[in-house]
Design a protein around this ligand. Structure first.
Ligand SMILES: [Cu+2]
Length: 207
């Protein structure tokens, strides 16, 4: 009796094509997800709209008479264009030569911009002179933004006290550096509805 020959063990080389294909698929999937997160996702969160400089003309009046109201929105015709002449007595002097009026936003207190935009607010605090509704002796309203985490303020005439006096105009400019939503609000107790005297500041992408 001859000793049986060792049964043929299958050569590992026979597995190689399958292992190689699985390996290639895994590498492709890994590269694909890297590409997806690096480029596709970041493209949708970064804003690809052309930056503009928007001007918001706003009135600040007790909430019973409207609160913060955007009266007009413009965009500068060129982001390199100088801002319109501004006086703290008469406000900004905007002409069609350097700015174009935009359609009003559905929410009259909303300030909206896209990431990369510059926003300039012109705020006019107005007294109603109604001592039954407006707190007697009130000097003005207040203006402050809750979270400044996604904006970078480049210029402001609003005093550190945030008090904006009746009859004067105030301006603040900022760049939008990220998406986000916060509230701006009156900081002076001005009427019964003072707690509602606020508006949204929203930074998105386009719109
Ligand atoms: Cu107020």
């Amino acid at each position: 009796m001859s000793t049986p020959t060792n049964p043929q063990t299958p050569s590992p080389k026979k597995h190689m094509p399958a292992v190689g294909i699985i390996g290639l698929v895994l590498i492709a999937a890994a590269l694909g997800s890297v590409y997806y997160t690096q480029f596709v996702v970041s493209h949708s969160t970064a804003c690809l709209v052309v930056p503009e400089h928007r001007l918001y003309i706003m009135q600040a009046i007790i909430h019973e008479r409207g609160g913060f109201q955007v009266q007009a929105v413009y965009k500068l015709n060129s982001t390199a264009a100088p801002l319109p002449p501004f006086s703290n007595v008469t406000g900004p002097k905007i002409t069609s030569r350097n700015a174009t009026q935009l359609a009003p936003l559905p929410d009259p207190s909303l300030v909206f911009g896209s990431v990369g935009d510059t926003i300039t607010l012109y705020i006019h605090p107005v007294s109603t002179n109604e001592s039954t509704v407006q707190l007697p002796g009130l000097q003005g309203h207040g203006y402050d933004i809750d979270s400044k985490s996604f904006i970078s303020i480049t210029n402001s005439t609003i005093p550190k006290s945030n008090l904006i006096n009746f009859g004067n105009w105030y301006t603040v400019s900022f760049q939008i550096v990220g998406q986000g939503t916060t509230k701006y609000r009156c900081t002076q107790t001005c009427s019964n509805e003072h707690p509602q005297m606020n508006g949204d500041l929203r930074a998105g992408c386009g719109g």
